[in-house]
Design a protein around this ligand. Sequence first.
Ligand code: MLT
Ligand code: MN
Length: 310
Amino acid sequence: MLKVLVLGSAAGGGSPQWNCNSPVSKSVRDGFEGTSPRTQSSIAVTANDNEWFLFNASPDLGSQILKNKQMHPQKDLRHSPISGVVLTNGDVDHVAGLLTLRERQKLSVYAHKRVHSVLKDNSIFNVLNPDFVDRREMVMNKKFELKNKDNVGLGIEVEAFEVPGKIALWLEDESKGENFGTQEGDTIGLKISSTRDNKSFYYIPACAEVTKELAQRINGSELILFDGTLWKNDEMSSSKVGEKTGQRMGHMNNSGEDGSMKALKDLNIKKKVYIHINTTNPILLPNSDERKIVEENGWEVSYDGMEISL
Ligand code: MLT
Ligand code: MN
C-alpha cells in the first residue's frame, strides 16, 4: 500500500501569488466558487500509514503540516511522523521548507549530489543539525529503500532519474551561456514504489520535455504526478504578468503539439495528475475551457489535501 498526500499543488509562489492580480490569483483571493488557495509544490508519501517521507520541502511547509493532521506530532513532547525528505531539485519552492524542519528532529535528506552541494554552500541550512539530520546522496537509476535516521527502512523504494530541465533559478549564471550552467542532476524525476506489493507511481514536478526514453519509462504506470506549470509556453508574457516562457523556466506546457497532454496521450497510464501548477494557468479555474480540455484528455488537476491510495 502506498498513500500519497498532496501538501502543495502550486508552482513557485503558490496561488494566489502575493503580488499577482491575474485571473486565477484574483479569483482565489476573491473566494470565487470552486477555487481554492494552493500552496507550493510538495507531496508526502507513506507505506505504513504513520511514517511519512516528504518529496520536496516547500516554503509553505509550516502551514502544510498544520493543515494536514497526518503530519502532526502524535506522541511524546517531541515527535514527528515525518521521517525525511527527498529533493527533486534545488528550487526555492522545493528546498526552503527544510528551514522549517529544525528543532533537533531526526531526519534523513536524500538528494542528488548537485543539490547537496548547494545546500552545503549555504550555511543557513546548517540549522539542520548534522547530529540529527543525515544528508544522503541519491544515485541516479539505482533503486534504494528510504530509511529513517536510524536506518530503518520504511517500505518505500525510490528510483531517481534525470529529466530535461534547468538549474534552480537562484543558481542561474548568465555567463555560462544558454543553459545558465545547468548540469546533469539539476532536475530529476522519481519512481516511488512500495516494497511490500508491486504498487508504484511517478513524481515529476519539473520537466522541460518528454523524451522518447522518458515516455518508455513511464508507459504502463498506474499513476503519474506531472509538471502542470503552464497551459501555454508563452502564457506569462501573453497575460502580461511576466516575461519568461515555460521552456526558459524548464517547464512544459500542458497544451499544444509540444505539450504534455499530447506527449502522454498514447501512453498507457491509468491516472494522470497535474501538479506544480502556476497561478497563471487557467486549468486552475473550475469552469474554464482549459480545465474542461485537460479533463477530457484524462488528466486531473491536483489540489492541496488531495489523497491518492495505491
Ligand atoms: C520553477 O519551478 O521554475 C521555480 O520554482 C521558479 C522559482 O524558483 O520561482
Ligand atoms: Mn518550482
